[in-house]
Design a protein around this ligand. Sequence first.
Ligand SMILES: NC(=O)c1ccc[n+]([C@@H]2O[C@H](COP(=O)([O-])OP(=O)(O)OC[C@H]3O[C@@H](n4cnc5c(N)ncnc54)[C@H](O)[C@@H]3O)[C@@H](O)[C@H]2O)c1
Length: 279
Amino acid sequence: MSHNLLEGKRGLIFGALNESSIAWKVAELAHQEGANFVLTNTPVAMRMGTIDELAARTGSFVIPADATNVADLERLVKEGMEKLGGKFDFVLHSIGMSPNVRKGRTYDDLDYDYFDKTLDISAISFHKILQVCWKLDAINEWGSVLALSYIAAQRTLYGYNDMADAKALLESISRSFGYIYGRERRVRINTISQSPTMTTAGSGVMGFDALLDFADRMSPLGNASADECASFCITMFSDLTRKITMQNLFHDGGFSSMGMSNRAMAVYNKNLEECKDCK
Ligand SMILES: NC(=O)c1ccc[n+]([C@@H]2O[C@H](COP(=O)([O-])OP(=O)(O)OC[C@H]3O[C@@H](n4cnc5c(N)ncnc54)[C@H](O)[C@@H]3O)[C@@H](O)[C@H]2O)c1
């Protein structure tokens, strides 16, 4: 059911790779809610994924860009505004990748070139997008910008590796640019800290199935799905949330406020003997 929450709004959506992607769900819902938008991803991701299918279904434009490349971003933002006929009202950064995670390098054995790439792709790209939009004056007053984060920015979770550092930086960029963009242009910038979700990026994390199960058992409302995340993003892009800015908003079924739950304790008790010597 549509509420026309984004009627007449223009958007820029980064990170739809395939139909499991959180950005894919956001794009589908944004379309239902009346938005027009540009979809973007790297040329490689476009070849590997199915973004054209999404564009056809949502009547949107596809413009390739590597979010770490400022020249690409400038072209994307200019072309995007031309195609949509005006400035953007919302921007979604749904980008994450760690070459260290991909190559199985642990946190005490990081490759530093990979580490630079993790930070550039997963966090600094957000600054680059914001700075390009700022300089080209590409976001309308009361526009809304979101990036997707994870609780590993605040707490250590086994296996999340250098992505934890990237998420901490991402959330900090959101606050630092949120101040400037709010003060000067009345644009809001927030991060959404989402539950573990079964996507291409998510499933790359070590022990992801167990992490997903653990988070679900710990959360009184259960894990938030990609569809539920999309609903939250649409609310944040709408005019109903105009005074929320510089926040990291947990969308995790309550996980971030829990210490131990009965459901998680039950599993823990069952395996206590077996795991006596686990580190
Ligand atoms: N899946 C989870 O468990 C989970 C939980 C919390 C937060 N998140 C975050 O949600 C966001 C979206 O991830 P997802 O889970 O939908 O996975 P996904 O793999 O579908 O999306 C990640 C996207 O990043 C894109 N990308 C990588 N390098 C890029 C670059 N240089 N330029 C432009 N795009 C690039 C990929 O092509 C892909 O589309 C990420 O920031 C991720 O960290 C995911």
